[in-house]
Write a protein that binds this ligand. Structure first.
Ligand SMILES: [Zn+2]
Ligand SMILES: [Zn+2]
Length: 257
């Protein structure tokens, strides 16, 4: 499994891009960064997009991806966008609503659209080629899921934007071959009230969350830091979390599992 970090921050500034992870060149987890870093050929190779939630920093470049694929005609089949029915509804009502952006699930035709939306039932395994994917609810300010992705040789979990949560950890503990977890830490501890209000984690919250993993010791990849904050200060607090192999991600990195 190869995971390319297209963007891994909780907002956008020069040198800092919002969330998007490309798995094996074909499956995108969130679409906050896609079109600003991939060539048109690389964009046309994406078959599936898993969306954790409809916040702009996780979906914004999906709009341009649809437009690019439509005009460049690099594909014979639609790119399939998968998420829960509620999250799909939010994207259709508020983004692809023919006001903010065209409804690319009807373009160029209803029979052969650029983009197709496919609802995922929670906690049910869904096959995506050689991967299988399970969506699990987490605890953010809007409906949000994390994705448990099984591949040949292991399991990786992408925790969506979340505050303290339970069910995902309960399920994660059942995976003996858990290789890695991609999880957010948005704010430093002095902003813990804002983190609680907005459904995000601070380093202390992260420490508490990781204890819910029990004896499991997957690699932990951190993302979604707010780039307008003192990132070193967040990083220094992360270093104090013991007994965990934690790495803070950077845009453009490639992780092999
Ligand atoms: Zn976010
Ligand atoms: Zn969010």
């Amino acid at each position: 499994m190869e995971i390319k970090v297209l963007g891994c921050y909780g907002s956008q500034l020069p040198g800092y891009k919002t969330t998007g992870f490309l798995l094996n060149g074909r499956v995108l987890v969130d679409a906050g960064t896609v079109t600003s870093v991939l060539t048109i050929e690389e964009q046309a190779r994406i078959d599936h997009i898993l969306i954790t939630h409809a916040h702009l920093d996780h979906v914004c470049e999906m709009m341009f991806l649809a437009d690019n694929i439509n005009i460049s005609a690099g594909r014979n089949s639609p790119i399939t966008v998968l998420s829960t029915p509620g999250i799909i509804r939010a994207m259709k009502d508020h983004l692809f609503n023919d006001v903010i952006w065209p409804d690319f699930s009807c373009i160029p035709s209803i029979e052969k659209p650029v983009m197709a939306f496919e609802p995922l039932a929670l906690e049910v395994k869904h096959s995506l080629g050689d991967l299988s994917v399970t969506a699990v609810r987490v605890s953010h300010s809007v409906e949000t899921v994390g994705y448990i992705i099984e591949f040949e040789g292991g399991t990786v979990i992408f925790v969506g934007d979340t505050g303290p949560t339970e069910r995902l950890w309960e399920i994660a503990r059942g995976y003996e071959d858990l290789k890695a977890i991609f999880i957010e830490t948005s704010f430093h501890d002095s902003l813990k009230n804002l983190a609680a209000l907005s459904g995000h984690l601070t380093p202390s919250c992260l420490d508490t969350e990781l204890k819910k993993l029990g004896d499991h010791a997957p690699d932990i990849y951190l993302f979604h830091m707010k780039p307008m904050l003192d990132l070193k200060r967040i990083g220094d607090s992360i270093l104090r979390i013991s007994n965990r192999n934690i790495k803070i991600l950077k845009d453009g990195e490639v992780i092999k599992l």
